[in-house]
Design a protein around this ligand. Sequence first.
Ligand code: GLV
Length: 317
Amino acid sequence: MAQQQQRLGTLVFYSDFDDFGAWQKALQAQLPDLKVVHSSALERPEDVHYAMVWKPPEGFFQQMPNLRLIVNLGAGVDALVSRSDLPAGIPITRITDPNMSRMMAGYVLFAVLRHARDIPHFEQAQRRGEWAYRHPRSPEEIAVAVLGLGHLGAMAASEVQRQGFRTLGWSRSQRLIEGVECFSGIETLDTVLGQADIVVLMLPLTPHTKGLFDRARLERLRPGAAFVNVARGALVDQAALTALLQSGHIGSATLDVFEREPLPADDPLWGIPQVLITPHLASVAIPSSSARQIAANILRVAEGEEPMDVVDPGRGY
Ligand code: GLV
């Protein structure tokens, strides 16, 4: 035991959003001999071999000369890989947990159904005390485009397809998902956008995708189309999105992510009735189901092996 503890060393935790106690419990259930310490209580940084982090402060890793693994406490690694203070040569892994994908797919399905069933229209009518019948459309008459087909996007696209929607998928490299019309490459993006009644953004934020949804591209959406963003705010020109929602070119939106978070109190998006705003929680890392994957990687690193699910910082995901 003592030997294993010595071999495994210490994991340091940093996140302003996640529950340290829950993660500590889940990790120690997998690896009883791993010491799991919150960064605020860290006394011996030289003992740290593993860091599990979400947006740690500048210079966080510099005090840890024996670091062997950085675990990103989430699916998107953009905030981590774009830092200039990352220690060289230390692998970064991300969480790929089917339960996290399912939580995301649930949110996407909710957002798609919200738009497909005209719920923003009924919500506004209710506020006016109005019985505003609108005949429901059948799902196969509605095309949903899921942009980004990684772990999260692929599961969301499958769930959307299972509900009977015509489902289009778009990604950088070609994917094959049963029942989903998959497209790849930047040259097909506008064609996909032009066919969709509901567009769901699930792309990673990388130098290639930053600002990809500028005004010209947003104007490619069909008049009245719905827009869902569960990925990153910086993929989109938010001022252009706001203007197109105000003009009605984009009919409605469900937005979980923004250029600036928290979304400032005076942002015009708050006041647009057909926009639903949620505070970046479409999916979160789940200790009970992710700990096994993280523990397996810790053991691999302790044995001198390469961890699984390593992020390619050059590619950005
Ligand atoms: C949340 O946005 C995540 O990347 O996990």
